[in-house]
Design a binder for this molecule. Sequence first.
Ligand SMILES: Nc1ncnc2c1ncn2[C@@H]1O[C@H](COP(=O)(O)OP(=O)(O)OP(=O)(O)O)[C@@H](O)[C@H]1O
Ligand SMILES: [Mg+2]
Length: 319
Amino acid sequence: MDTRVALHDAPQALERPPRGTLAVPARLPDDEDTVNIHPSANRRLKDFEAALGLTAPPPKGPLFVGVDLGTAYIVTSVVDAEGTPVAGALTRSRSSIRDGLVLDYIGAINLLRAQVETIRRAGYAIDDAMVCYPPGTAGGNARAFANVLEAAGLHVTGLMDEPSAAAEVLEITDGAVVDIGGGTTGISVLKNGEVVYTADEATGGTHLDLVLAGNFKISVEEAERIKTDASRQREIFPLVRPVFQKMAAIVRQHLRDHPVDTLYLVGGTSAFPGAVEVMEEETGLTVALPSHPLLVTPLGIGIRCAREAKANAKPTKGK
Ligand SMILES: Nc1ncnc2c1ncn2[C@@H]1O[C@H](COP(=O)(O)OP(=O)(O)OP(=O)(O)O)[C@@H](O)[C@H]1O
Ligand SMILES: [Mg+2]
């Protein structure tokens, strides 16, 4: 079974997913949608999206890998020693991961191994890698994530929590990172570069799909296709707005005792046009949305992997 959805010819490949998979979102925010984000962060995210095409000539120096095992997507980033994105892959998780926990260990390994092989076949000599885990799940679950990487043929050099990975890309040390993914919304407060508070709530992109499926009497898969179709998002916004309002109300509650000035939206569901405005209305805070919010956390892990290698001046393995 071919499990690859690496975007060999991004963005064209977006329209042609392999059989049995869902289309990769047809649209991610462009320049006009990105607000209050450091331009270099947006540039890196755009470079990473382009790098998913695996068309750039592999660079000579060592490469570093970041893996995000999410509920909706498994995303792998490959960066050079300076943290510049050079390659990557993105695959549907196919229920192997749920709400940040490994449900189907073998399934997750097979999906990731397919990504690793695709990237290596394209000429990128990858080995050293880091993986992230949802905040608050350090310990056994984080180790399970590391084991998935090792079994998929990568050498794990470290683990990190998701909001710290996002902060790495966004170049922030303070504020709240709100990660609206597939299964959950994670709320993490950063102060001076440290995660000082974290919470995870069971409302994410899947809930938008369920609302749309119920409304149109269609399958959840079809609902997700409509949700990620840029030409339909304006029309369906009134239907999904209450879900975003609920997410925003939850965020507001969590931040009551942990005040911040700025809220940084990451995770694929943040890409839905209108998410920023609802968050602003409900929280009264400045809300920042990066270009390609789905790619922020995965890229951050790769960048951290490169940075730690540099800091440790660790010998690299024959790259
Ligand atoms: N352009 C878009 N508009 C709206 N939703 C989108 C868009 N692109 C992706 N999504 C949704 O984003 C979700 C996936 O986001 P992401 O990859 O951040 O989640 P995940 O990390 O796999 O899940 P979790 O963090 O909950 O484990 C899916 O529900 C998907 O339908
Ligand atoms: Mg996620």
